[in-house]
Design a protein around this ligand. Structure first.
Ligand SMILES: Nc1nc2c(ncn2[C@@H]2O[C@H](COP(=O)(O)OP(=O)(O)OP(=O)(O)O)[C@@H](O)[C@H]2O)c(=O)[nH]1
Ligand SMILES: [Mg+2]
Length: 481
């Protein structure tokens, strides 16, 4: 708290609109030592306010009334930033907001306009939240869908930070053991040879690898990538338009209509989805632009979380219809599309209206995978709800663990885990070498790698105080007894 006081004494006071222009009410927020001075400058005696209670006041520029507002004060350290915070709830007019902010800056020394993210930055500096929580807050403010809101809230509440902090504590525990070997050279080899040490190290490596394998967190944050692929003229762009319920992509009976990737962000059942309509896939084209489109389509499919394959029902080989065996089904022309490493999650059998008598297969077997089908007339108004019903389980599948655990949500988190894993792998090699006892003392080198790993993890939350954690660990540690 003393530390917060010191910071608070020294800093500038920042002020900025906290709400977007255009609502009935606008909120201005200030943070720093001059909050009371701002209240005074606006013609109100700060002593007439009660902390954390809204008080109705008339703000004035000398004798001129500016607006009737609610004033709220949050004295340090019990505020969002840890500093004194002032909130002014005005009527939502840009003129009022501008007037108040101008007057505060003009009248009170050391008051200035806040920079982007500066309130959250101060909250992190003053230990009110860690970096992952600040990111969670930013994501919550930007959340467009229910899945994004839930994930951001979990992160803002500290679940991801806690996950990183646990990994870091485990790591520092290992570091403490290895450092003990440096302090007690007689026992060094014994310590490094302890199977419990290697087991703990490998356990941590496994945990981190599992976390890297979960892609749902980043997908929920930025959008699940869904690619629509198929032969030319299959109905891909019609599908995009049906999903978006808008005329986004050009459709025509001419094969090869779409060349560029056409994308659209949609909220489907609470999940953020980036849908990409692509050029029809065929090998024989002399058109260089179409060929480039096909190349891009294949790349898009390779990066997608979900692939929807659109194939006209009437183009299904007759032997696929009733009585088809798994063997004949496996020859369905997916394999001719040139997407060797990708599989569709759903086959939309389009133009079902043009083949009303057929009895389409429930699934199509591609190599050893059974892919469900949906026969559909994409031009019919009932297509939209049927498409949503088919897509939502696929999205749920991608987002599966996002509600269960605190997932990595940004490339920054992923990079830190990758770098941690690299350092841990080096530490493991060193430990193994020391066990064969050919190189003499290894503890210093192992300790250095573990320290590096702990630092990488600490950067994610902003906590890199290895020494204080080591002190804590050593205080309960018995070595050399
Ligand atoms: N009757 C019927 N017509 C459809 C259906 N789906 C698409 N069409 C028509 O088929 C034609 C081709 O549709 P598009 O959506 O342009 O096909 P595409 O797969 O995007 O074609 P390319 O961009 O050339 O690869 C258009 O005239 C659509 O109106 C459907 O389910 N039923
Ligand atoms: Mg198209």
């Amino acid at each position: 708290m003393n530390q917060i006081r010191t910071l608070y004494q020294q800093g500038d006071t920042i002020i900025a609109p906290a709400s977007l222009v255009g609502g009935g009410v606008a909120v201005i927020r200030a943070s720093g030592p001059a909050c009371n001075a701002i209240v005074q400058a606006l013609g109100v005696n700060p002593h007439t306010l009660t902390s954390r209670m809204a008080t109705l006041k008339t703000l004035r520029d000398n004798e001129d009334a500016i607006d009737h507002v609610l004033l709220l004060t949050f004295p340090s350290p019990h505020s969002f930033t840890g500093e004194d915070v002032l909130e002014i709830h005005t009527h939502g007019s840009p003129a009022v907001v501008e007037k108040i902010i101008d007057l505060a800056i003009k009248t009170v020394p050391q008051v200035r306009l806040a920079e982007a993210g500066e309130f959250s930055r101060r909250a992190v500096s003053n230990g009110k939240m860690d970096l992952t929580q600040a990111e969670g807050l930013a994501d919550l403010i930007a959340a467009n869908t229910e899945a994004q809101r839930k994930q951001a809230l979990t992160q803002m509440e500290g679940a991801l930070g806690e996950r990183f902090e646990n990994w870091r504590k485990n790591l520092i525990h290992l570091l403490a053991q290895v450092e003990a070997g440096i302090d007690f050279p007689d026992e060094e080899l014994e310590i490094l040879a302890d199977p419990a040490l290697t087991k703990a190290l490998l356990g941590l490596i496994e945990d981190l690898n599992l976390a890297l394998a979960e892609r749902a967190g980043e997908r929920i944050r930025t959008g699940i990538r869904l690619a629509i692929v198929g032969e030319p003229n299959a109905g891909k762009s019609t599908l995009l338009n049906a999903l978006a319920q808008a005329d986004i992509a050009i459709t025509s009976p001419i094969a090869g209509t779409t060349r560029d990737i056409v994308t659209k962000q949609l909220n489907i059942g609470g999940y953020p989805v980036e849908i990409a309509d692509t050029a029809g896939l065929r090998d024989e084209t002399s058109d260089v632009i179409e060929a480039e489109g096909i190349k891009r389509a294949r790349k898009q499919a390779a990066q997608a979380d979900i692939i929807i394959w659109v194939h006209p029902l009437h183009k299904a080989p007759p032997r696929l219809l009733p009585g088809a065996t798994a063997k004949t089904l496996s020859h369905y022309p997916w394999l001719t599309l040139g997407l060797p490493a990708s599989y569709p999650s759903l086959v939309l059998l389009s133009k079902a209206d043009q083949n009303p008598t057929s009895n389409p297969p429930k699934y199509i077997e591609i190599e050893d995978k059974k892919v469900p089908t949906l026969p559909i007339d994409l031009t019919d108004s009932t297509a939209h709800p049927r498409l949503l019903a088919a897509l939502i389980p696929l999205l749920q599948n991608v987002a599966e663990n996002s509600q269960k655990s605190a997932l990595l949500t940004r490339a920054r988190h992923r990079k830190a885990v990758e770098e941690t894993l690299a350092a841990l792998a080096r530490a493991h090699v060193l430990i193994t070498k020391s066990q064969s006892n050919t190189m003499g003392s290894m503890s210093e080198l192992v300790a250095e790698e573990l320290r590096q790993a702990a630092e990488n993890l600490g950067q994610v939350t902003g906590r890199t105080d290895t020494e204080s954690v080591l002190d804590e660990v050593f205080s309960t540690f018995c070595i050399g007894k």
